[in-house]
Design a binder for this molecule. Sequence first.
Ligand code: FAD
Length: 489
Amino acid sequence: MAFTPQRGVTPVPAAGVKTYDLEADVVVVGYGCAGASAALSASTAGSDVLLLERAGGGGGASAMAGGLIYLGGGTALQKACGFEDSPEEMYKFLVAATGPDPDETKIATYCEGSVEHFDWLVECGVPFKESFYDGLLAEPPGDDGLMYSGGEDAYPWNEIARPAPRAHVPAVEGKVLYEKAGGWQLMRSLTAAVANSPVRVETDIRVDRLITESDGTISGVVSRRYGETLHIRARSGVILAGGGFVFNDEMLGLHAPKLVGRLKVGTDGDDGQCIQMAQSLGAAVRHMDAAEVAYCSQSPMLVRSIVTNVQGQRYVNEDGYFGRVGQTTLFSQGGRSFLVFDEEVFESVPEDQRPGLQPTWVCATVAELEESMGVPDGALQSTVEVYNRFAEKGEDPLFHKRAQYLKPLCSPYAAIDFREAILGVFTIGGLRTDIDGRVLNLEGDAIPGLFAVGRSSSGIPNWGYLSGASLGDGTFFGRRAGEAVAKAG
Ligand SMILES: Cc1cc2nc3c(=O)[nH]c(=O)nc-3n(C[C@H](O)[C@H](O)[C@H](O)COP(=O)(O)OP(=O)(O)OC[C@H]3O[C@@H](n4cnc5c(N)ncnc54)[C@H](O)[C@@H]3O)c2cc1C
């Protein structure tokens, strides 16, 4: 199949541009968390900043997010909630959990600057309540400000680094779980900060191409608004902050075919245009096949059940991060799994913590269940027999699920058929950048005047993901890129 970028991405030579419709020192493309942070910091550093957004206002996927922001190393919020953490422990965890091939330099920078970055978010007006959420939902149902979000306290990470909760969650007045959550509040605060700054915002502008000088320097963008082509000059540089590419099926097919047909998590702005604009200039990319994959069940059910493959065998510890269970299911099991539990487990989880989940089969014996599921004769029986024998002693020698979630399964047994279940995905691969957001070409050299942040770039969420890593990395490296381009100008 021939690959056709949707709107054309070939750069436009500056020599051919007669007039510019708009002009600024720094042009930021995309008004999500990364673009807002980049614009604010470039403006604070003294640059004249123009922030361009294809939608009618700022927000992007950032505003839809649960709002978990992965920070640590001893933030004021961690301390207020009584948790000890250090940049070193955070680094050890992130290097292990975001691998393979973690970006160690970015992680080190991120861990060192994390405490200060939290303070910056607070200065921007992002509210955090000093309370810890001790539950298992993907985001706190109330306004608690801190929670675990990456399986830090589960195997194997609890043996690699001292666990600490690091998801910092903005408090939301009138919260509606999974709809009006911390991401909405984060963007509400950041857009208010932008409105109170000299940053100029232009909406309903879709950027399609970059403008290049004869020496290769990026000096502007070509965009469309209401059928009109606009040329926009960037005197110091362009920051691409246009999100990922989960809404571009052609790019998914090329780079991340396992994501095709899955539930897309994001906005239609996640069409990869920003990534392709830079690729057309020889920019390198990293881990384009990587993705956050949300498992089909919420953790309250997941941790108390066993997850098996279609052969009836366990393949992961169910009490780890639900995104890791999802990733493992998608990448090692073709996205097919069964959730196996018993009546006692089902009844022990409040209905609002297992929304929509109903057993596909309920049987008096594991043998009957196995037959209903179409699992090879004896396979699930052997899985449950081994699980139960050790669960009785509070042990899980195969996958090290923690004792608090281990309970022998007993009759009546049940399972949910997740073979065709929908796994929610968004892309985390993107442009290769340095710690200041400079876009690097295939030889590792910076493309002059071009920066990328947030999910247009590959960052802390590298291959392994943990909730909060995207908003954390987007705002953190957004700020750094804003400062760097302002300094370069
Ligand atoms: C339901 C949901 C829950 C999530 N929960 C969390 C969470 O709790 N924690 C976490 O860390 N992550 C979470 N994520 C992921 C996270 O929201 C995104 O990965 C992150 O917001 C990306 O930030 P960004 O600034 O790179 O992109 P975005 O916030 O998507 O912003 C990009 C903006 O650029 C605009 N744009 C794109 N192309 C162009 C163009 N060519 N011209 C002009 N404008 C353009 C888009 O319209 C968009 O407004 C969640 C995502 C979803 C959808």
